[in-house]
Ligand binder design. Structure first.
Ligand code: GLC
Ligand code: GLC
Length: 826
């Protein structure tokens, strides 16, 4: 069952009913000002930091979900309704929500009146624009009063939810004409304010929530819109809101446009008041002046569309499968942008309070974004590397406002350092920007400890090899990629952190086969980088490269001895020296992560173990809704394993389909010679292919979710935690680089298609280092070997050399048809 459809030409998802299984969100904003906006106009917005600069209030865990947004109440001769359905909930004669790239349009009709609102955050201004078009489709003159409504938050979203004794005595506003200035706390230590305005004269306003809503009433029955008259209330403490009342008289067929602006402004600290107690308003007014007309909003919208079109032009696929095209061309890269911008901080499942930018998460997010945003990727890499410690370990998270590491969480997640190598090597392959390796980057955010970025990568390597355990495998620390596999923290107190309560010896026993696989995956690229520096590799680099090769051989041997279980790769060794993810275990015998990662690293590919491991995955973990993280799921809590066993079977890391690692198996299957299976797995988790079962899936059909409930869960197939997940970048990487087989390399664009033959021929237009490549793929899946021509000339191997910026290159890959086999094994 579907609750909408894809409009591919417009690059929109069209939701046709307010009654979706869950709030279906969009994100507005690209750099500093971000908004979460549901199909019922719910959500909130913030500037730079979802915790410390939040403008509007959202209530998690409310009934119904998704409460508080930017709402409208229409009073049509006493009939009160909301065009986004919420908050009033009056039945609509028609409803439609179109989520587009950086904008959303919600249209509702009732009693012959249509109200359409276009929500967008312009490219260059910290503001949400709401362009409202009211049309009288009836035969009679309509006298309407429109009430806008939003609730301000007291900036620090955590304090806002916890510190009522202070906060309920703080609220202040100033009202000037049609603009409500939210100035709470401005008198003391902040120089920023929010404002909410409309481009027409108003009949009145309200800024005090309890006056607007009335005593003991729900928002749906708020007194002011139902009475039809604003009260001009000025908040003083308690709950600040912004509401405008606008009266409209519309002839039959007549339309009126209004532009609401919810903005953010900063003033110079020394000149924040223009007179004692009077807030400086010129930056705010200047912003307002830029959006006073529909033409100005149209121009902002055109700029936004142009921005997205030019970004997405960098990789466009034309295949026989429209679901694949829409995923690759629009929605997957769109989600990659959101995860890149927000990491895992603010969504329907992340409050924006607890988590900053993750070191491992943000490095992996680069896989989905460097091709679109090379400059911002570069800056992100430098920011991340600056939160690394001199010994190569790293702060697990940092706050975006300060870019400093988060002390409360600290370091000790022993996979973190290696993801920096993955991120930087990917950046180099995409951009060829070798200069980044020479950038001086602080350790521990201390400029006195700055070293070239390359030294950071070496520190990452050294951290792993100086922290090996009894089997020569990397020590796991607090956790590796799987945050919930906590082998050194034996927590038996409710409320204790599973990750940071260190109470189990010195942590020098428990080891991770996954980190070993990641090491073997990351190191060959670093070795190639050392050997291929354009300045010429010096003796230091060559010696280092040789050292890295030895370490790689040693790690490979350690995995062979202690990481292979007989039928698949083990997951870890626990603090007692017992295996995890082994046939010897009663539960949790087989884990997905090392199967995907070790095969991606090439381990076991030549001797058949990779095939056996992937066959075990297929037999024991795969389901119609994707591949579970492990099986059998843990049925009871294990002190020695930690949080993973705290979840009921089939949820989250305990045997849920944790979508992030499914692409590892997809890539592994392309490497181990099974494109049919790889693409089949891709379709099981990719939202466009799950749209038809939206009533089961539950979450948005245009973005990946972190998790789909696993086979052992009662709600198998139901998704949770959409939007902010590493699945976005990895799925994008898997489909573009490995299935479609167009991927960046250090010395050119690698063409290595691994789509199943059933997918047919396809074409890709790819921007790469400033040149444009038109790539035709003929006969993928009929053979892994192909013939490559570049501008009509045959080329040996699979690398298309780098062309000069601005050039347009024609590339053809055609399968070498072998008489007997369909797909040759590599
Ligand atoms: C969450 C975290 C990510 C981690 C994953 C598995 O998605 O953001 O860092 O790797 O869970 O535990
Ligand atoms: C919880 C979640 C896990 C996430 C972690 C981040 O453990 O289950 O998915 O990665 O928190 O700290």
């Amino acid at each position: 069952m579907q609750f909408g459809f894809f409009d591919d030409a417009a690059r929109e998802y069209v939701i046709t009913t307010p009654d979706t299984p869950m709030p279906w969100l969009n994100y507005l904003g690209n750099s500093a000002f971000f908004s979460l906006l549901s199909h019922r106009a719910g959500g909130y917005c913030f500037h730079t930091d979802a915790r410390l600069r939040r403008l509007t209030r959202f209530r998690y865990n409310d009934i119904p979900a998704d409460s508080n947004g930017r709402y409208l109440f229409v009073n049509d001769g006493g009939d009160v309704w909301s065009p986004s359905f919420a908050p009033v909930g009056a039945t609509l004669d028609s409803y439609e929500c179109r989520h587009g790239l950086g904008y959303t349009r919600i249209t509702g009709t009732r009693g012959g009146v249509e109200v359409a609102t276009l929500f967008l955050v312009p490219l260059d201004d910290p503001a949400e624009l709401h362009q409202v078009t009211v049309t009288n489709h009836s035969d009679a003159v309509k006298e309407l009063t429109l009430f806008s409504y939003l609730e301000f938050c007291l900036w620090d979203a955590l304090d806002d939810q916890t510190n009522y004794q202070r906060n309920l005595s703080l609220a202040e506003v100033e009202v000037e004409g049609s603009t409500i200035y939210h100035t709470t706390e401005y008198r003391e230590r902040r120089n920023h304010l929010a404002f909410y305005s409309v481009n027409c004269p108003i009949a009145g306003f309200d800024t005090d929530r309890d006056t607007f809503v009335g005593r003991w009433r729900p928002l749906a029955q708020a007194e002011v819109p139902h009475s039809g008259a604003p009260r001009n209330s000025l908040v003083s403490g308690w709950y600040p809101i912004g509401s405008h009342a606008i009266t409209l008289r519309l002839e039959p067929g007549e339309s009126r446009d209004l532009v609401f602006i919810l903005g953010y402004a900063e003033n110079p600290p020394e000149a924040k008041f223009v007179a004692p107690g009077v807030v400086r308003k010129d930056p705010a007014r200047a912003l307002l002046a830029r959006y006073q007309t529909v033409a100005q909003v149209d121009a902002a919208m055109a700029a936004l569309r142009g921005y997205w079109d030019s970004l997405l032009d960098g990789f466009q696929l034309r295949s026989a499968d429209p679901l694949l095209d829409r995923s690759v061309n629009t929605w997957n890269p769109y989600q990659c942008m959101t995860t890149f911008n927000l990491s895992r901080s603010a969504s329907g499942f992340e409050t924006g309070i607890g988590r900053g930018m993750g070191f491992r998460d943000s490095n992996q997010d680069l896989l989905g974004i460097v091709w679109m945003l090379p400059e911002r990727s570069r800056q992100r890499i430098l920011d991340l590397a600056a939160t690394q410690f001199p010994d190569g370990s790293a702060y697990h998270q940092y706050q975006p406002l300060t870019k400093r590491g988060n002390h409360a969480l600290g370091s000790g997640f022993n996979d973190d350092p290696l993801w920096l190598i993955v991120g930087v090597c990917h950046y180099l392959k995409e951009t060829g920007d070798w200069s980044i390796l020479d950038e001086q980057v602080p350790f521990d955010n201390d400029p006195a400890l700055a070293k070239p970025l390359l030294d950071h990568l070496i520190a990452s390597y050294q951290y792993v090899v100086t922290n090996l355990g009894p089997h020569g495998l990397p020590l796991i620390g607090r956790a590796d990629w799987n945050d919930c596999l906590n082998l050194n923290c034996f927590s038996d107190l409710p409320g204790e952190s599973f990750q940071t309560t260190a109470n189990r010896g010195d942590g020098r026993v428990a080891e991770s086969v996954f980190i070993a696989g990641l090491f073997c995956y990351a190191l060959p690229d670093l070795i190639a980088v050392l050997r291929n520096r354009p300045a010429g590799a010096g003796t230091d680099e060559l010696a280092l490269a040789a050292e890295l090769e030895q370490a790689l051989a040693a790690m490979t041997a350690a995995v062979d001895v202690a990481g292979w279980d007989g039928g698949w790769f083990r997951r870890a060794w626990d603090a007692f020296g017992e295996p995890v993810g082994s046939a010897a275990n009663a539960e949790g015998q087989l884990y997905i992560e090392p199967q995907g990662m070790c095969v991606m690293a090439g381990l076991g590919v030549s001797d058949g173990r990779a095939r056996r491991a992937l066959d075990a995955v297929e037999a024991r973990l795969a389901s119609e809704h994707g591949i579970a993280l492990l099986a059998p799921a843990y049925t009871s809590y294990h002190l020695e394993l930690g949080e993973i066993s705290s979840y009921p079977p089939g949820y989250k890391e305990n045997g849920g389909i944790f979508c992030h690692n499914n692409p590892w198996v997809i890539i592994a299957e392309t490497i181990a010679g099974s494109p049919e299976r790889a693409f089949d797995y891709y379709r099981r988790i990719t939202p466009a292919y799950r749209e038809a079962i939206s009533e089961v899936h539950g979450q948005e059909p245009y973005v990946y979710s972190q998790m789909i409930a696993g086979p052992e869960a009662p709600r198998h197939g139901q998704a949770k935690n959409s939007w902010l997940t590493g699945t976005a970048a990895w799925a994008y990487h898997a489909v573009t680089s490995w299935l479609l087989g167009v991927r960046p390399g250090l010395d050119g664009l690698v063409i290595c298609p691994r789509m199943p033959s059933s997918a047919g021929d396809y074409e890709v237009t790819r921007r790469y280092r400033g040149a444009t490549y038109h790539i035709r793929v003929i006969g993928s899946g009929t053979s892994a070997a192909g013939r490559l021509t570049v501008d009509g000339q045959p080329v040996d191997g699979e690398v298309v050399p780098v062309a000069a910026p601005g050039e347009v290159i024609e590339v053809v890959w055609s399968a070498l048809r072998s008489p007997k086999s369909s797909v040759s094994q590599e």
